[in-house]
Design a protein around this ligand. Sequence first.
Ligand SMILES: NC(=O)c1ccc[n+]([C@@H]2O[C@H](COP(=O)([O-])OP(=O)(O)OC[C@H]3O[C@@H](n4cnc5c(N)ncnc54)[C@H](O)[C@@H]3O)[C@@H](O)[C@H]2O)c1
Length: 335
Amino acid sequence: MSAVKCAVVGVGMMGAKHAEILASSMAAELVVCCDIDLEAAVRVPPGCPFTTDMEEALDWPELDAVFIATPQQHHLLAVESAMKRNLSIFLEKPIADTLKAADSIVDMSRRYASTLVVGHMYRFDPRFRAVALAAQGGQLGNLVHVSVRLFTPDFEGQALARRTTLANENAIHAIDTLHWIAGDVERVYGEASSTGVVGQGLPDSIVATVRFRSGAVGSLQVDWALPSGSGVQSVDDVFVVGSGGVCWIDGRDSGVAVLRNNHPANFPSPLWYEGPGGRPSGLYQLEDDYFLAAIGSRAPWPISLEEARAAVAVGTAIDMSIAQRRPVELSELAR
Ligand SMILES: NC(=O)c1ccc[n+]([C@@H]2O[C@H](COP(=O)([O-])OP(=O)(O)OC[C@H]3O[C@@H](n4cnc5c(N)ncnc54)[C@H](O)[C@@H]3O)[C@@H](O)[C@H]2O)c1
């Protein structure tokens, strides 16, 4: 099969990773990168053309696919432009910044023939898959309760808290994990702390309780406020209790550390690391490889657009609950 001709739109933190993966992939040919910020050109792999005009990038001769890694406020516009050109689309999570935009994208996907997938990378994580598949497959009996804790460093919150909500940006992973494990959510109640870590009046962390339609209950605890000087860089913990078994992920710094005298701590990440031969490897590379293979073959993607939309709905309900200081039923957000 010939290499899939790809563009990357939005060459920031995530777009630069996708560009590097594609530039080193045998299955892809990175033909153009686009970002409205001229300075993003420094993050483009050597030799790849760069433009600040998305329309020019999407009209690139013989383009097959686009990786959209712009902030989620731009996802709807970018997806629409790509779908009109019948391009295959890898869209970074979350599917959109609002439920209305998520609905528009899901509706559009029914009208156009393009392949569209949303990159929820934990769906490719062997730890998360093992737990979710055990729970879904009935191996744990009836689910009783589930908890997910995802923490990231304070500099992330400081960079992002003014442009997006913690629920839409980071908690979306915890929400999707809860949904994947325990099914549809009926009601949420959220509380947030704003102690000034990420900015005055901005949320540092969210704690939410979740009632599932199945009768199980759950909780999520998410921050973007881990003190970066503390030595801890990430926490991904999950615990599931069923009537017939339990399973968990102990995910502090992915369970691996390289600590040396007088050197900064090194916590190698399964998301992104230098693989054999120097090739970028990890979950982001795995999801990009799956997407490239799925084009044309319509191979199944581990998260449907409806599930990606459901995660945005739960995040919206949590934000509503925090703002209105009351439990919110998901039915209040029905289409
Ligand atoms: N899967 C993950 O683990 C993960 C991690 C971080 C971010 N994300 C997601 O990736 C997306 C991008 O996040 P990021 O952290 O890379 O942000 P970022 O700010 O680092 O990068 C976004 C880039 O998009 C560019 N941009 C903005 N508007 C544009 C437009 N109209 N046309 C072209 N370029 C435009 C910006 O100039 C910037 O370079 C978000 O949806 C975010 O939620 C996913």
